[in-house]
Design a protein around this ligand. Structure first.
Ligand code: PLP
Length: 358
């Protein structure tokens, strides 16, 4: 792989030099005044981006940790899991492993979860929480979160917890308006930082439920998060390099305007989809195509492993099909700090490589 390889993986994504530079900020203690200033700036920025008046927690873990936190703190007994790919399955597996009465509502991979199906499942079952993957990174499906959140609101005291790992900061998510109890993400996706840090918005209801949750563990206890959050601190030592990077990214994103960032991402998505349809096919259902990652259906039955290998030699890294979709699909991310020029160069290089492969 060349040194200047551009990453089009659906995470971790390409990180620009200015972000790497920002990570070199001075080492500070997590109980210092400087830390609290940095913390406050970040939570204010994230809250602005998510349009929420609620609290933002920061975690020096990847998102899987916060998924487990959401499960342990918010699900009282029984959760409905909307599964349309690998990451929906992950939510379900986490809930099961935490002893919750987790029930899957699964659709064929490549399809989206429809609001009517959620309404029927909620009407039939006795669920206190719905777990959804907003953007299913494994299939390139973006589920209709707003419409599903409207359905969840029809039911009394059902919490909605959202894995927005590969959509947050890539598409607008108005957390309060949609009534999301937890909305979480890792930073190595649309936030375009190196991996190892994650973010969650947490509603009053989610925090309230935490107070009576049993066996919620220590490290991911929302009550402890809140206690330290009120002091503008984290529970334990935080990854300050990530916090410097996040602070820089928030400054740059807000200065450029989130609307412009979202528009850029959609334009890149449209270009990749157009290319995929001309040359292969799209794996995801029409009408539910992800803004941040396109899952290309390998209709020409090319050797995906060889394609990825040759591309990597040329300095371009794209994603293989995920899990059972390996070889059958491949994935191109169009989020974060990539731009249209990068996408055009990638697509040209893929075309050229496929010609060479014969
Ligand atoms: N959820 C989704 C939709 C993802 O794409 C991923 C990772 O790719 C995860 C959850 C797990 O995130 P992490 O690896 O940051 O824990």
């Amino acid at each position: 792989m060349s040194e200047n390889a551009k990453f089009f993986l659906p995470g971790p994504v390409y990180v620009r030099d200015e972000i790497k530079e920002a990570m070199k900020g001075a080492t500070i203690g997590h109980r210092s005044k400087e830390f609290s200033v940095l913390y406050e700036k970040i939570v204010k920025g994230v809250a602005e981006i998510l349009h929420t008046e609620g609290r933002i927690y920061l975690s020096s873990s990847t998102a899987t940790g916060l998924m487990e936190a959401a499960v342990r703190n918010v699900i009282k007994k029984s959760s409905l899991h909307l599964i349309c790919g690998s990451f929906g399955q992950l939510w379900y597996n986490i809930a099961k492993s935490c002893g919750k009465d987790a029930v899957p509502l699964e659709v064929e991979w490549g399809k989206a979860i429809k609001p009517e199906a959620v309404r029927s499942a909620l009407a039939e079952g006795n669920f206190d929480t719905v777990c959804i993957t907003h953007n299913e990174t494994s299939t390139g499906v973006m589920n209709p979160l707003k419409e599903i959140s409207d359905v969840v609101k029809e039911f009394d005291d059902v919490a909605l917890i959202v894995d927005a790992v590969s959509s947050m900061a890539g598409i607008d998510i108005p957390v309060d308006e949609w009534g999301l109890d937890v909305c979480l993400a890792s930073v190595q996706k649309a936030w375009a930082l190196p991996p190892g840090f994650s973010i969650a918005s947490v509603s009053d209801r989610a925090l309230e439920r935490s107070k009576s949750a049993q066996n919620k563990g220590f490290y991911f206890d929302f009550e402890s998060f809140e206690k330290y959050h009120l002091r503008s601190q984290t529970i334990s030592t935080a990854s300050t390099p990530h916090m410097y990077a996040l602070s820089k990214q928030i400054d740059d994103m807000l200065a450029a305007g989130m609307e412009n960032r979202y528009e850029k991402i959609i334009r890149m998505a449209e270009r990749v989809r157009e290319w995929a349809e001309e040359n292969f096919g799209l794996f995801a259902e029409e009408g539910y195509l992800s803004a941040t990652v396109t899952c290309v259906k390998n209709t020409k039955n090319i050797d995906v492993a060889s394609l990825l290998n040759i591309l990597s030699g040329k300095g371009y890294v794209i994603g293989d099909g995920y899990g059972k979709l390996k070889g059958e699909t491949f994935r191109i991310a169009h989020m974060g700090d990539l731009n249209m020029n990068d996408i055009e160069m990638l697509l040209e290089t893929i075309d050229e490589t496929i010609m060479e492969m014969g």
